[in-house]
Structure formats: structure tokens, C-alpha cells
Design a protein around this ligand. Structure first.
Ligand SMILES: Cc1cc2nc3c(=O)[nH]c(=O)nc-3n(C[C@H](O)[C@H](O)[C@H](O)COP(=O)(O)OP(=O)(O)OC[C@H]3O[C@@H](n4cnc5c(N)ncnc54)[C@H](O)[C@@H]3O)c2cc1C
Ligand code: FES
Length: 264
């Protein structure tokens, strides 16, 4: 797999509110090589900058022509520095990294995103046929359902939920999924579920799929220092023993491979 370590110009930085931004970077070779579910390590500033020392991992939101997009939330020092970058500034970018989603156009696809778990799912949605694709997005409140509108052209059905009831169904996105799974199974179809979001949500999705015999792939997050398999800092317990490294075995993993009891 082709992996590049380059300095690339920021094209735009769009503030979507609630501390969420959409970053566009001109990086033709990375954009062309990128697959849905892969990620990049980003670092604001010149290669000599050591503060912060480590790059930060971000899912590829999507790639379009020569441009690669990231949807991210400002949470600490690294993301604050990235958020301060303006068009023309140069960002360090290493990628594309990791294993992405299995893409199956033959089956019905259900994409489930919680919070900024929508980030990698958008690239996947763009890569699937609209027909047979259902998208379920949930967040704490409506303002945090970032770019939900952008999913509409890419799915037959888009369902939204918010914890506070400010948009879509009042409740958790996993409740939406539970109902939808029952309806889908009644039609005789076995869908493929692809999920990304906070760990408890993804674990609940994996459990729902497991008890209903439905294949499920999950995009996981772990603290990452290198992103390339060198530091072993992103290890999570594997079902049946041993470990998986989220950066190289994932970030997208077959949910059946993860030991959900002892992880996180
Ligand atoms: C494969 C992968 C893909 C990711 N994709 C996205 C994305 O598309 N959009 C996005 O906004 N974020 C994404 N993240 C999380 C993102 O990497 C962190 O938010 C970022 O590293 C925080 O850096 P910071 O210096 O601003 O915060 P720090 O100062 O390092 O930390 C601030 C807070 O964020 C928490 N945090 C830091 N890193 C992580 C992490 N990896 N997982 C969970 N919590 C973390 C810390 O515990 C702390 O509470 C992804 C993480 C991984 C591993
Ligand atoms: S982040 Fe270093 S091995 Fe995964």
C-alpha cells in the first residue's frame, strides 16, 4: 500500500459550529490512494516543530480529485493548532494508513454513526450504491449532527436521532438500529452493518449484530503515537486471545475479532 509523508497546503477550513471543522488539504497522491475507512496522521507546523511532539490520527472524511477532507472536533492542543491553520498554511500529513471498510455492493448496507463517527462513514457512503444503503446518524444534540445533510444523496433512507430530541428520533442511534434490524430481517435480507462512534455505542452495535447473526465492521479509535505499527500503543484485546493493533489491523475491524468484554 502506498503511504506518503508530505507537507501539503491547506485549501480551506470551514467552521461548522460546536467546535467541529471541515478541513480541506491539497494532497493529490494521498487523495488518489485513499480508501474509505483509512486515516492520516496530521501535524500542524513545519517538520522541525516538536510541540506537540506527536501527530494526531484523523479518519479520511472523503477524497475528491486532488483534495482530501477531514471532519474533526477541537478537543486539545493538537486539534487547536490544526484549527488555527488558514488557507495556504502547510500541514504535515502521513497517509493513507490502516485498513479500511470492506465494500459490498451486493448486500444491503446499514451505516451507523455516533457523534463524529460520521467522519469515516461519509467516504464509505459515497462508495456504495444509493439503492440498498441505509444511514443512521446520532448525536447528543442537533448541532453535533455534523454534515448530516451531506449524506442524503448517498442513501435510500437516512434516519437521525439525538439524545435530547432536538432533531430526529429522541434517543440513541442504537435504538434506531435495533428496530431497523428487525424490519430488515423480516424481509429475508442479511445486511452488512458498518459502524463508527464512541466506544460504548460501537460495542452496543457489535452486540446487536452478534445476537442477530449479522456481519458487522467497526471503525475504532485508540490513542495512537505512531500510526504505523511501531509503538504498539494502540493495542486492544482480540477475541480468543492476543491483541489487535488499531493502526495496522484496523482502524476498521470485523466486530467479531474484538474482545468487547475486556476492551476499554
Ligand atoms: C483512527 C482514528 C481516527 C480518528 N478520526 C477522527 C476524526 O475523523 N475526527 C476527529 O475529530 N477525531 C478523530 N480521532 C480522534 C483524534 O485523533 C483526537 O481527537 C486527537 O488526537 C486529539 O488531539 P489533541 O491534541 O487535540 O487532544 P489531546 O490533548 O491529545 O487530548 C484531548 C482529549 O481528547 C481525548 N483523545 C485524544 N486522542 C483520542 C483518541 N484517539 N480517541 C479518543 N479520545 C482521544 C483525550 O483523552 C483528551 O480527553 C481519531 C482517532 C483515531 C485513532
Ligand atoms: S499507534 Fe503505534 S503501533 Fe499503533
Amino acid at each position: 500500500m502506498k503511504r506518503l509523508d508530505i507537507s501539503a497546503p491547506v485549501l480551506s477550513q470551514q467552521d461548522l459550529g460546536h467546535g467541529i471543522l471541515l478541513l480541506a488539504i491539497l494532497a493529490p497522491e494521498i487523495a488518489k490512494a485513499a480508501l474509505p475507512g483509512q486515516f492520516c496522521m496530521l501535524h500542524a507546523g513545519s517538520p522541525e516543530t516538536t510541540d506537540p511532539l506527536l501527530r494526531r490520527p484523523f479518519s479520511i472524511h472523503y477524497a475528491d480529485g486532488d483534495t482530501i477532507f477531514f471532519l474533526y472536533r477541537v478537543v486539545g492542543k493538537g486539534t487547536r493548532l490544526i484549527a488555527a491553520m488558514r488557507p495556504g498554511d502547510v500541514i504535515r500529513i502521513l497517509g493513507p494508513l490502516g485498513c479500511g471498510f470492506s465494500i459490498s455492493a451486493e448486500t444491503k448496507n446499514i451505516l451507523v454513526g455516533g457523534g463524529l463517527g460520521t467522519a469515516p462513514l461519509f467516504f464509505l457512503a459515497r462508495s456504495l450504491p444509493r439503492e440498498g444503503t441505509t444511514i443512521m446518524l446520532g448525536a447528543k444534540t442537533s448541532g453535533e449532527l455534523a454534515r448530516a445533510d451531506a449524506f442524503l444523496p448517498h442513501a435510500e433512507k437516512v434516519f437521525l436521532s439525538t439524545d435530547d430530541g432536538s432533531l430526529g428520533q429522541h434517543g440513541l442511534v442504537t435504538e434506531l438500529l435495533a428496530g431497523h434490524i428487525q424490519r430488515t430481517l423480516c424481509t429475508g435480507f442479511l445486511p452488512l452493518v458498518s459502524a463508527c462512534g464512541p466506544w460504548p455505542m460501537v460495542r452496543a452495535v457489535a452486540h446487536l449484530c452478534h445476537i442477530n447473526g449479522i456481519p458487522c465492521q467497526v471503525s475504532l479509535e485508540a490513542r495512537m503515537a505512531c500510526g504505523t505499527g511501531l509503538c504498539l500503543g494502540c493495542a486492544i484485546p482480540r477475541s480468543g486471545g492476543g491483541y489487535l493493533h488499531v493502526c495496522t489491523d484496523g482502524p476498521v475491524l470485523d466486530a467479531a475479532l474484538v474482545d468487547w468484554e475486556t476492551s476499554q
